[in-house]
Design a protein around this ligand. Structure first.
Ligand code: SF4
Length: 575
């Protein structure tokens, strides 16, 4: 279908081609990337496997001084009594991350000062606490506990993230041991929620309940968690390591932007299993993951996962933080060498070749009411930009239980899915959700917008994001009502792209811009036409499309009106 798409619009004004990284043209998902030679390729990059064990930067020094996981005992035995002022700086700004704790930004420091102040000048004596929700698996008991912890210890704050985590703010170090006790009592953990470690394992929100499921990856995820998370085998990686597993044909875990992904497919002789991808990631050097060309059975996933993360630990670059993700190693080696090293040095066997599964060509989210494989229904809701509260989570847990269910799932779009609802309870549940402000039929603006933490709490932020996103949704609904096609708008407070700047229809990267009066104000660089799935590729930066925060509603309205005026029948927003 020809397209007056966002990428078409963007191409008229592009300052750079659609980029995978380093100016390379965007590729279809899974297409091989030619190996590149970097000017510094001959210099030591701190790779352990090549004998470089001396720390080459302060982060590596901090990790060598003590395992990040060890700071838990100091929190439980020392810092809970000394309070913030007694915390060792290496723990405070480094190792605390291994237990999901970041210092948060002090209120009242504007984004223009982010780059000129030292980290300690930006922080206040409270913490963000990230609760990992592997596979997005939540019980009502777990959700209620998070809600109660939030209300009691975190000023009732809670955000759903795009990696199925839930984040709380305003946490005091004195309360962290009690919070852990409450969370761990319902099977939740903050272990390795942040830091240079294997992070939360993404899973299909429909695992085990989808009528069209190829295979349920949950047992493999649980095996990884039991064997490898919270152990010293992988608690010192060059940087974070992101995993995704989905046996759904919807491919609903953003596999193109994870370090390793397992995506459901069917082998002609071996039956259902997984296609393996490696080397994806966004941030300031975005790269799409590449197919390893391997078919993995469910039972093989932990072994292959261990092999790949071991390569990362041993061969990953440790000199420069901005070159330390797995994607750089995969990019430099090429996929053939990566697979060869995996097979010969780590697995000591040849893996089974596999073909690419069909690319899912539809919305990957799960909003609305849908039939499960057992005749009951799942109900997807999209709290605006993932912003909720402790009370809302507690009320939601009560509501779900009152309708005969005890299971929910977090998604990779800052949303939630309620499982196991009988047909005759749907109307009542939807009415209850509406009373909580949670619609099962939100506008495309409310359904598809994501925002990162931003200036409210993040020390790296340049602009405000969450409140701006909520206001933008309200204003777009007021002006435009709804749109009959999906439109993703991702608002990011800085270039780090935690809310996926480059893969949104309209990706917004926070920066300071000059307004019409010559004043320096919060604003955004716009990226147009990014996406995953069939249209996987990074949005283009558009010349002149730097807008102030106040101009955002007018800008989006113009883009939407331009699309609706020129589209052809059946044309998607981005294509
Ligand atoms: Fe913070 Fe930047 Fe990430 Fe937003 S994108 S959460 S501002 S680091």
């Amino acid at each position: 279908m020809p397209a007056a798409s966002l990428r078409t619009i963007a191409s008229d004004h592009a300052t750079a081609p659609a980029v995978g990284n380093d100016g390379a043209a965007a590729r279809p998902a899974g297409a091989p990337r030619p190996a590149r030679k970097r000017p510094d390729a001959g210099r030591g990059q701190g790779q352990w496997a090549l004998g470089h064990r001396e720390p080459l930067n302060p982060n590596e020094r901090m990790k060598k001084d003590d395992d990040g996981l060890h700071c838990r005992s100091r929190i439980e035995n020392i810092y809970r009594y000394t309070g913030f002022d007694g915390i060792d700086p290496g723990d405070l700004r480094g190792r605390f991350r291994w237990w999901g704790l970041y210092t948060q930004r002090a209120p009242g420091i504007d984004g223009g000062r982010t780059a000129v102040l030292e980290p300690h000048e930006l922080e206040d004596p409270f913490f963000m606490l990230r609760v990992r929700v592997d596979g997005g698996l939540l019980t009502t008991d777990a959700l209620r506990t998070i809600g109660q912890v939030s209300t009691r210890y975190a000023r009732d704050t809670a955000d759903l993230t795009d990696r199925q985590n839930i984040q709380l703010h305003w946490v005091r170090i004195e309360d962290v041991p009690d919070i852990w006790e409450a969370l761990e009592g319902v099977g939740l953990s903050t272990a390795e929620a942040c830091g240079d470690v294997p992070r939360v394992v993404l899973g299909s929100p429909l695992a085990g309940i989808a009528a069209d499921e190829i295979i349920d990856g949950t047992p493999a995820m649980q095996a990884i968690l039991e064997k490898f998370i919270g152990t010293d085998e992988f608690s010192n990686l060059p940087r974070k390591f992101k995993t995704a597993i989905s046996g759904s044909p919807r491919q609903d875990v953003a596999h193109e932007i994870n370090d390793i992904s397992f995506i459901g497919t069917v082998h002609p002789e071996l039956g259902p299993g997984f296609d393996v991808w490696v080397g994806g990631g966004l941030s300031t050097n975005p790269m799409l993951a590449q197919r390893l060309g391997v078919f993995a059975t469910l039972e093989e996933i932990p072994e292959i996962w261990k092999g790949v993360i071991s390569i990362f630990r041993d061969y990953g670059y440790r000199r420069l933080r901005n070159r330390a993700r797995l994607k750089f190693l995969v990019g430099d080696w090429g996929i053939a060498k990566f697979r060869e090293v995996l097979e010969t040095e780590y697995l000591h066997r040849t893996l089974t070749d596999g073909d690419a599964p069909p690319v899912y060509d539809g919305p990957r989210d799960h909003v609305g009411v849908h039939l499960q494989n057992d005749g009951r229904f799942y109900v997807g809701i999209a709290p605006t930009v993932g912003r909720v509260s402790g009370k809302l989570l507690t009320d939601l847990a009560d509501l779900v239980e009152a309708h005969g269910s005890s299971r929910l799932r977090a998604t990779t779009e800052q949303s939630l899915v309620i499982l196991d609802i009988e047909a005759d309870r749907l109307d009542s549940l939807q009415a209850g959700l509406a009373e909580l402000g949670l619609s099962t039929t939100p506008s495309t603006f409310r359904r598809n917008m994501m925002a990162c933490t931003g200036l409210e709490f993040c020390k790296l932020a340049i602009v405000e994001t969450k409140a701006r996103g909520i206001a933008l949704v309200d204003e777009l609904e007021r002006r435009l009502g709804d749109l009959d096609v999906p439109l993703t708008i991702n608002i990011n407070g800085c270039p780090n792209a935690c809310a996926r700047t480059q893969i949104a229809d309209i990706g917004l990267k926070g920066m300071i811009v000059t307004d019409a009066d010559g004043e320096q104000v919060e604003g955004f660089q716009v990226h147009l036409g990014g996406g995953l799935g069939l249209d996987a590729g990074f949005g283009r930066k558009v010349r002149g499309h730097k807008i102030t925060g106040d101009e955002l509603p007018d800008y989006v309205e113009r883009i939407v009106n331009s699309y609706t005026a020129s589209r052809e029948p059946g044309e998607r927003f981005a294509s």
